[in-house]
Design a protein around this ligand. Structure first.
Ligand code: FES
Length: 79
């Protein structure tokens, strides 16, 4: 599963760096049911809805350090 986090200025201000750290923690624990490929991207044109991430081809907005784990785990379960 590929997770891409927007690091454009709008999402950066809303905490995309913390979200990347959180994802790296999840990956390094190594107990996820499938591999996550983590990438960063520039502005996705939805800055007001940030933080914006993409999981495979699905765009997800309003991501925070509070909900990132749930978002990823839910998608992993549906794989
Ligand atoms: S900066 Fe993330 S959508 Fe624009």
């Amino acid at each position: 599963m590929k997770v891409t986090v927007c690091i454009g200025s709008g999402c950066h201000v809303k905490g995309s760096r913390k979200i990347i750290h959180r994802l790296q923690e999840m990956i390094s624990k190594g107990n996820l049911p499938c591999e996550i490929e983590l990438e960063a991207c520039f502005c996705q044109g939805r800055c007001t809805e940030g933080v914006v991430i993409r999981i495979d081809d699905e765009i997800i907005t309003g991501v925070s350090t509070e909900n990132i784990e749930n978002i990823v785990l839910t998608r992993l379960k549906n794989k």
